[in-house]
Write a protein that binds this ligand. Sequence first.
Ligand code: AMP
Length: 283
Amino acid sequence: MPAQGPRVVSDVPALRAAIAEFRRAGERLALVPTMGALHAGHIALVEAGHRVAERIVVTIFINPRQFSANEDLARYPRDLEGDLKKLAAAGTDLVFAPNVETMYPPGFSTQVSVGGVSQGLCGAIRPHFFGGVATVVTKLFLQAGADFAMFGEKDYQQLLVVRRMAADLDIPTKVIAVPTVREPDGVAMSSRNVYLSPAERRVAPRLHQVLQEIASAARQGKSVPLAIDAGIATLKPDGFGPIDYLALCDAESLTPIIRLNGPGRVLGAAWLGATRLIDNVSA
Ligand code: AMP
């Protein structure tokens, strides 16, 4: 028997009406925000949602406000039909797939801007990015009023930005972190991996390996700046470049550090051809 597909709604009143039915039955709700082109990493968020809530709402929206003019908005992969099949198999009750005009009607002028954790790393390189993410996630949180929202550690800085935003704005949706799902060779799953050529895909695991090498140096009390320099020296001949950053940071504040004095996180972002890869590991 094929799994029953999720109900798909595309406007906010229909979303709220469907959620109100769950609420009347006393059911808890987990929200899974995505940009579609779903893979096993997204499905892990759905599965984690099942562990805390009776109902799962997945949102699929390619948010133009988190892309700058020269980024990949136009070619970002789209596959609603394939996504719905995967979500049916994973057990999803409701999909919210709004269009751009629904999320940003004419006259839309509000931006949610998070300080602190959004400022370094990707925030420094892509200044438009976290404002766009925080704005859309705030809207999704207020539209759905979910008990839980599932976010991947794959986008570690984003996870902390969303957590900060929800705490600061007293939004009572609990943000839950889900570990990164990787390919067998260690590459973090990402919708953007389809951009990689076969040759690029072969060297892509180097980023994760370098992050682990830096984390291991930090744990052994070895020089982190030297480990980062060694990482850059291995990535460049493999064709990575520019390397936006490789950094050891405090796992909570994301302040760059050179030695561990509590939980740390090693984060990296690097271009491989026309594809920007990001990844991170704990230290
Ligand atoms: P995206 O569709 O890329 O915007 O991602 C939607 C959500 O899925 C975000 O919370 C991501 O962190 C999460 N995610 C993406 N890739 C992975 C992965 N490989 N493992 C775990 N979570 C992921």
